[in-house]
Design a protein around this ligand. Sequence first.
Ligand code: NIG
Ligand code: FE
Length: 412
Amino acid sequence: MGNILIKNIKGLAGILEENDTALKGAELNQLNTIENAYLAIEDGRISDYGKMEDLAGLLDWNNIEVIDAENKYVLPAFCDSHSHLVFAEPREGEFVDRINGLSYEEIGKKGGGILNSAKKLASKSEDELVQDGLKRLEIIKSYGTGAIEIKSGYGLSVEAELKMLRVAKRLNELSDVTIKTTFLGAHAFPTEYKENKEAYVDLVLNEMLPQVIEEKLADYIDVFCERNYFNPEQLERILKAGAEAGLKPKIHVNQFSILGGVGIGVKYNAVSVDHLEELDENDIEALKGSNTIATALPSCSFFLNIPYSPVRKMLDNDLAVALATDFNPGSTPSGNMQFVNSLACIKMKLRPTEALNATTINGAYAMEIANELGSITLGKKANIIITKEIPSLNYIPYSFGENCVERTILFK
Ligand code: NIG
Ligand code: FE
């Protein structure tokens, strides 16, 4: 397989003739679409597209699978640039604790949260984690995801952090979903380091990081910069060491409080700064004119009942914005990028077009894979979604909770 002609497409959306940088501000509101279209794929790459009426010359191709889209839409597969998809167990017990009145932060303080996930992960084998990960990848693929970033951060020991990243790497070999990996040793302080936090940062930098580099396990480095977690000085120390080791940052900042992490991320040339539920003018100024992508995670706000990132304001300030799931067992037990589109429109007042660009091409930029994925562009990998029969593309965010994807076609 690899040579495919998709014909009778109601709308071929997400066409970009060329793209050099992530879409910024008003550019996100432009989603180029050809109605009544075809798409040709050769050896897994987009080789041609156009209006059905111009298709004639292509019909004598040999060895070609013809898919009749029967008046459905075709668009680039989603690029989910922030997830914690490798984890041991769901945490629905904490979900009930929160309903009964505890806050996410309170649960974290009493050893639940990330530490709870770390305890469960320690006792699972690499093979078990791979099997669970593959199942999750199949589910998100059925909702249209074709590429995803996966973080460590539920290990919190040398052995378990390496195990998580090895699992993510194996998933990349076994799945047709494209995977980028991020080292998040600095996700939380293990209980035994509570009184000596610098010693844990030393462990991350002196024991974990060298092995991550040695085995080439990560593309990026991440830190959870937040009160009760890693402070800005620790963030900077870790990003500096990451830069020296050749890892660019993709960081957790401003989920609950503004500590200056956005500016530090920009200073270290972060590919993205993520969460941003809280954001002030200094942060916006720091992001303006930088190459750092602001990534919002609306499903996390939905699940934790916390503020939504002010994405409308970011776009008005001409920032490059991506949207991702944050799929993880604590704050976002969903890897559904269609739901992210719905929340972006319903809660953040994005237009459907803006949300689609933020979850496709800008997601690809937030993983540095936009030369290969994220848009319908000649020569790019043909990672695409064929929708179900829907009246318009606006129907995807509108019909929240419904799966509008009939088929996701992926190549590696
Ligand atoms: O991105 N905020 C930090 N980390 C994850 C949640 C971790 C967890 O609760 O397991 C997040 O929301
Ligand atoms: Fe996260």
